[in-house]
Design a protein around this ligand. Structure first.
Ligand SMILES: NC(=O)c1ccc[n+]([C@@H]2O[C@H](COP(=O)([O-])OP(=O)(O)OC[C@H]3O[C@@H](n4cnc5c(N)ncnc54)[C@H](O)[C@@H]3O)[C@@H](O)[C@H]2O)c1
Length: 319
């Protein structure tokens, strides 16, 4: 299995560690930052490129990991799909739906294995929650992503590149809540800008209400200016059902008066890569829990939330 990377910054390091653990060597890396491309290529004993098209043509990889900022996405995913490579794409899949849909169509046409890095879907507390909820009806989802961003990612606080916290970061929570409650029809968001100097040029505190196709309701809160104890959490509600999944891998609550108290062992970072490699080995897209086409739906929800911040109105999620 010939593995290549497009973008070898922060998150690529995480995926590279998982591949090392799985004893899957990396053959080629591409980054527009030539020093970084060369340094990582040396570490991985791989070939360095600064142009992804050239890398795809020269190397003909079987698998491509795409790990670039949202605003850097153009046709990389589509071109890799057209080359026949299986794809693992870091979230969010793009910063607009046109780019994401173009890539999604190319993936469908090529029929290649595809996965997006929504690791929370692969954590054992999520798997356990799916088992516990089973066919029970969920009527409300509550989520939060509360953190203080540092200076390590200069592009992160720029709306032009990241499209804001809901699209770039809280997308994990939007996606996880969608995983449990299904498709979202409409959203309504409020936000506030200028809370802290130099962190972001977009709303640094947001709230977003959701109405699901099932009739369920939801609410997701985000900030990038305050560290919270319970930074990334999701709560699920149904008739006599309450479950809370927390960042420290806790799963607590009750179903029908029966207490649930479970602690997971892994946030899903390793398992998502392990599962992807299994899917590629078996050529079985059915093993993937976070397909590209589904990730496009999570992007559509967060982009609708951004539109709502601008208009102050309830916004329809694009089909
Ligand atoms: N938990 C997670 O799932 C998680 C965590 C962090 C980041 N991410 C996502 O991963 C993506 C990358 O984030 P990061 O933190 O690794 O950013 P980063 O800035 O650390 O790395 C991005 C790399 O991509 C390179 N790059 C940019 N445009 C390129 C292009 N056209 N071709 C080749 N290389 C290019 C940059 O030079 C840089 O080295 C983002 O979409 C981010 O949201 C996911």
């Amino acid at each position: 299995m010939k593995i290549a990377f497009i973008g070898v910054g922060g998150i690529a390091g995480n995926y590279r560690r998982s591949l090392k653990q799985l004893e899957r060597p990396i053959a080629a890396v591409c980054d527009i930052n030539v020093e970084r491309a060369e340094a990582i290529a040396t570490e991985e004993n791989a070939t360095a490129y600064t142009n992804h098209g050239e890398m795809l043509q020269q190397e003909k990889p079987d698998v491509v990991f795409v790990c670039i900022p949202p605003g850097a996405h153009t046709t990389q995913v589509a071109e890799a799909a057209e080359s026949g490579a299986a794809l693992f794409v870091a979230k969010p899949v793009a910063q607009n739906l046109e780019t994401a849909q173009y890539a999604s169509d190319a993936i469908a046409a090529a029929g290649i294995i595809n996965q997006v890095g929504y690791m929370a879907r692969y954590s054992d507390i999520t798997v356990k929650t799916k088992e516990l909820v089973s066919s029970r009806k969920l009527t409300m989802g509550i989520g939060r992503f509360l953190t203080r961003m540092g200076a390590s990612h200069p592009w992160w606080g720029k709306y032009d590149v990241s499209r804001g916290q809901m699209v770039e970061q809280t997308t994990h929570v939007f996606d996880l809540i969608r995983y449990f409650l299904g498709d979202v029809n409409t959203v309504h968001a409020y936000g506030i800008k200028g809370v802290s100097d130099g962190i972001a040029d977009f709303e640094e505190c947001t709230v977003c209400n959701l109405k699901f196709e099932s009739g369920a309701v939801g609410s997701i809160t985000s900030t990038c200016v305050a560290r919270a104890h319970d930074s990334f959490a999701t709560e699920l509600v149904g008739d006599d059902l309450y479950l809370k999944l927390t960042h420290d891998l806790g799963l607590r609550g009750q179903i029908g008066g029966e207490g649930i108290d479970y602690t997971g062992t892994e946030a899903g970072y390793f398992r998502q890569v392990e599962q992807f490699i299994k899917a590629v080995d078996a050529n079985d897209q059915g093993l993937v829990l976070s397909a590209y086409a589904d990730a496009v739906k999570s992007l559509a929800v967060t982009l609708a939330a951004n539109r709502s911040l601008e208009t102050g109105q309830v916004e329809q999620v694009a089909e």
